[in-house]
Design a protein. Structure first.
Length: 113
């Protein structure tokens, strides 16, 4: 059974940083494509970025220059490093194993002004 578990969310002041982790277990894929998504209150879930097999990454324009995605294959963990956070980044953040039905339960990120 594939499971994804996010951690690392919390409350931070504007300008601060957080690192989210997505621990993957039960997957038979090596270097799977993992997407990070977020959903703010009253809004649709949106893609933040992805890390692909071969370590290429994509970040949505609103977070480029502030967020990075990386992977530790030995730990089966994907990270979302978020710097210079703004209140507009407040949301529940999810990781997703691409092309599957598997999502994590989400971790709340709250940025105060």
């Amino acid at each position: 059974q594939v499971q994804l578990e996010e951690s690392g969310g919390g409350l931070v002041q504007a300008g601060g940083s957080l690192r989210l982790s997505c621990q993957i277990s039960g997957s038979t894929f090596s270097d799977p494509t993992i997407g990070w998504y977020r959903q703010a209150p009253g809004k649709e879930r949106e893609l933040v970025g992805s890390i692909f097999s071969g370590e290429n990454t994509y970040l949505t324009p609103s977070v480029q220059g502030r967020f990075t995605i990386s992977r530790d294959n030995a730990e089966d963990t994907v990270y979302l490093q978020m710097n210079n956070l703004t209140p507009e980044d407040t949301a529940v953040y999810y990781c997703h194993l691409a092309s599957t039905v598997y999502w994590g339960q989400g971790t709340q990120v709250t940025v105060s002004s």
